[in-house]
Each structure stands twice: as C-alpha cells, then as structure tokens.
Design a binder for this molecule. Structure first.
Ligand code: ADP
Ligand code: MG
Length: 469
C-alpha cells in the first residue's frame, strides 16, 4: 500500500516523501480513507504506530482541497472590521479565533509533538497554521497566537477552557475534533472539561477519538460524542510491542539497583535511554548522579517550567542528552526514535503507564529494550502488569549482578495465564513468551563506578509516595 493509493492531496504526499515515509502504517492505511470520506473514527492501536498522521493527514488533505485553508467568511469579516476600526483610529476589538480543527491531548509535551508533526506534514501547504494552547505558557504569547486565527488548535483541555470562557475562541466554524489519548485524558480527570469543549462545537463536526482502550468510560464517552463511528482496532494488547524486548531484573536493595542501572546504561547497544522514576525528586537526584558518573543525563518532570522541559527534549532529540530521567507525567509525549532502552527504575503505579513507558522505545518500527528493576517485594506489581499486557516478562540475571535471592524464590506461585477468565480484558490468554532465566553472554564484570555509591541504603518501595509524581 502506498500513500498515493490512500487518495491524499499532492501537497501532503510531497511532505510525506520529504519526511522519509515510504508507506502508511496499518492504522494510517485504515483511518485515512475513512476520515477522508468524512467518517467519525474510534481508534485503538499501540503507541508508536503512527496515529498522529492517521488523523492529521486526512485533515490536511481536506484543507488542501478546500483551497489551502482560506479564511472563513466570519474570519474575513472580522479582519475587515478590525481594519476599518484601525482606519477610523479606533483600537480594534479582539476577535475570537475560529479554528477549523481542534486536537485535544492530555499533556503539553504531546500537544507540542502533535503541532510539530502537523508543521511537518503541512510544510507544503501555503497557509495552514497549527498552534498549541497549553497550560504553563504565558497568556500574552497565547493571545498573539490566537489573534492569527489559526486553522488548527492543539490544546490541553484546562487551558483551552480558560480561553473559551474569556471569549477568545469561537468553535462555530469547527469541522474536525480529535481526542488524542482519550483514555489518558479521562484518567487525568479532564472529563468535565472535555464535555464542555465538545458541547461548544457544532454537531456537524467530524470526530476522531484515539485511545489505548475503547471500553469502559472511554467507550461511553465515545458513543456520546461520535456519530456512526468506524471502529479501528489494530492490535490487541496480546501482540503489542513485539519489537520491544521486555525484562525484569530483581534487585536486593538500592545500591544493587544503582549498580545495575549503571551497567545497563553502559551497554554498547544503548543509543539513548529513558529512566523512569516514581518521584520528581528522584528524577533530579538520579540525573545528577548519572551526570557525576559521566553520562550525559537530564531530568524531565512536571515541576520544571515549560521552557526547560522543551530545551531538555530538544537536547534529547539532538542527541546531546543520552539518558533522560523522567516521571510518568512528563514522559507521555516523548518521541525520539534513537531511544533504544527504557529502564523502569521504579515500577509505574498503573499497568497502563507501563505500556506507555515502554512505548518510548521501539519507535517507528525499530527494536527496543525495556528493563524493569524490581524489588523482591514488588512481584505482585509485575504480575499486575503481566495480567494487563497478557505477556509474561522474562526475568533476567546479569553475571556479576545476581540478586542474593533467586528470581524463582521471589515469585514462587506465578503461573502463566493465571488471570481469571472473567477478567474483562482476557477473552483468551495470549501466547506468552516462555519465561527465561537466561544470563546474556557478553556482560563482563566491571568494577563499580562512582555512581554506584549512592547515599541511600535500603530499598525504596515503602518509603516512596507515588502521589508526587
Ligand atoms: P502514536 O501516536 O501511534 O504513538 P506517532 O504518531 O507519535 O505514533 O508516530 C510514531 C513515530 O512514527 C513518529 O516518529 C513518526 O514520525 C513515525 N511515523 C509515523 N508514520 C510513519 C510512516 N508511515 N512511516 C515512517 N514513520 C512513520
Ligand atoms: Mg500519539
């Protein structure tokens, strides 16, 4: 299948060639023609499968066909009014922006990522502007962006509501509404904001909803806000992430964990890595320690100002930062193809987050390695993740880094396929990889670096609070 065969406009095709995309991914193959035909879509497919282009390409195609997004009549009138006000020497009244497309995303990083992708896919269109409206960005800057009356708004729900309530945005001309990572937005408590935003848009709009799952609360909302949607489900959770190798390493204590982390990050196949921690403070501390140990490391979490977060992500993209130490909140939108390793320094609180974390590697069809460093007491949490993904995560032991307790002793009663048939997610237990207790060859014993000598002793499970992620 080619992009041409999907019926996309020449200017969009040109941008895709320029981007080095040779063929559509499966989700694009299904979503693009349906979206071009004007259908509402409900889509679930794994992270890294190219969902952004799946909704943005048909939208850009539509704008290109409509004559490269001319100003709406209302927008034109607004401009004329402003001009004549100026010629009368009056200060023109601020006219509300009238976007034609709105993309809602759970986090700022994801919104910026979508905006960047839109700029890329729309680079051969004369005047399609995409603008991000985000919490944490100064209001005057956002007012300037909105005053340009952009065709496409990419926004996090909270800040968007602020602008709507102060009359800065008018959705009467909206044609396309996209909810990206809808499940995550609901997890983050945005349901009321979303309902309010949707209610402000015309009923005639086209709606596309993307979510890891389409049942439960998300499915409920999806039903309410879409009309006769086409449902596209690319991969069940059983065959997710086939290009990502997953492993669990059991650790005895914090110093063991730090030594292992150091070892993993010195792996010669490691290009760039993301290390996930449970708390912002640990993200900072570990990034500092890794820097002292000679890694080009940086922290990324929700306490950092937006500018600092953007700079860090840019350095990561440029390869200046090799190890990013991040919390879940900050990590959602990271899309850097050179990330070969994801390390869970702490396990995530929710199994869903595990899936999102490991999806930071193995982007765009590459292979990735996802390693979880787990205390012996956390076996249950690993089980919860395995139940959720319907995959067993092989336990691995590296020579020279063996835990004092054996892996089998740590998880005595685990049976493959042990989830209950009544479990909503488990119509049939997936084919699981056989559990291995392998020791990968090549790992020579090495003396610990300065990084190994962390100040803490004892393990962290009980002490840590997840609430300050
Ligand atoms: P998702 O939203 O499904 O997690 P993204 O839209 O963020 O995935 O895309 C993941 C990566 O794949 C991005 O780096 C994107 O540039 C790349 N990509 C998307 N579509 C294609 C394609 N057809 N060919 C090659 N790379 C692609
Ligand atoms: Mg996405």
């Amino acid at each position: 299948m080619t992009f041409e065969a999907l019926g996309l406009h020449a200017s969009v095709l040109k941008a895709l060639t320029e981007s080095g995309y040779t063929a559509p991914t499966s989700v694009q193959e299904q979503a693009v023609p349906a979206a071009i035909a004007g259908r509402d879509l409900l889509v679930s497919s794994q992270t890294g499968s190219g969902k952004t282009a799946a909704f943005m390409l048909p939208a850009l195609h539509k704008f290109a066909l409509a004559g490269d997004a001319p100003l709406t009549d209302a927008g034109r009138t607004a401009n004329q009014e402003a001009q004549s006000a100026r010629s009368r020497g009056e200060r023109p009244r601020f006219k509300a922006a009238q976007p034609k497309m709105l993309v809602l995303t759970p986090t700022r990083e994801l919104a910026l990522q979508v905006t960047t992708a839109t700029d890329k896919y729309g680079s051969f269109m004369r005047r399609v502007k995409a603008v991000s409206i985000l919490g944490g960005m100064p209001y005057p800057k956002q007012m300037q962006l909105l005053a340009k009356n952009p065709e496409i708004l990419v926004a996090t729900p909270g800040r968007l509501i602020d602008h709507m309530e102060s009359g800065k945005i008018d959705f009467s001309q909206l044609e396309i509404l996209v909810l990206d990572e809808a499940d995550r937005m609901l997890d983050m408590g945005f349901i009321d904001d979303i309902e309010k935003i949707v209610a402000a848009t015309p009923a005639s709009r086209q709606t596309m909803l993307f979510s890891a799952t389409l049942d439960g609360v998300v499915g409920n909302m999806a039903q309410r806000i879409t009309k006769d949607p086409m449902v596209i489900q690319i991969a069940g959770s059983t065959n997710k992430h086939e290009n990502i190798q997953q492993r669990v390493h059991f650790v005895d204590d914090l110093s063991h964990k730090n030594r292992l982390l150091d070892h993993i990050l010195r792996d010669e196949t490691m290009d760039q890595a993301v290390v996930f921690t449970a708390t912002k403070r640990d993200a900072d501390t570990i990034a500092d320690r890794l820097n002292i140990a000679g890694f080009a490391a940086a922290a990324l979490h929700g306490d950092m100002h937006q500018g600092a977060r953007n700079r860090t992500l840019d350095s990561m993209r440029r390869g200046q930062v090799r190890v990013l130490v991040a919390t879940d909140v900050a990590a959602r939108g990271i899309d850097v193809p050179a990330i070969t390793h994801v390390v869970n320094y702490d396990l995530p609180k929710f199994p869903e987050d595990y899936v999102h974390r490991i999806g930071r590697t193995g982007r765009a069809g590459r292979n990735g390695l996802a390693i979880s460093l787990v205390n012996h007491a956390e076996g249950m949490n690993v089980k919860r993740i395995e139940r959720f993904t319907k995959q067993l995560i092989p336990v691995d032991v590296i020579e020279g880094f063996e835990p004092k307790r054996t892996a089998s002793a740590a998880r005595p009663s685990h049976k493959p396929g042990g989830w209950k048939p009544g479990d909503a997610r488990s119509a049939a237990p997936g084919k699981s990889a056989p559990r291995t207790f392998s020791k990968p060859g090549a790992a020579p014993r090495r003396e610990g670096s300065s990084f190994n000598k962390g100040p803490r002793t004892g393990d962290t499970g009980a002490r840590r609070s997840f609430s300050d992620r």
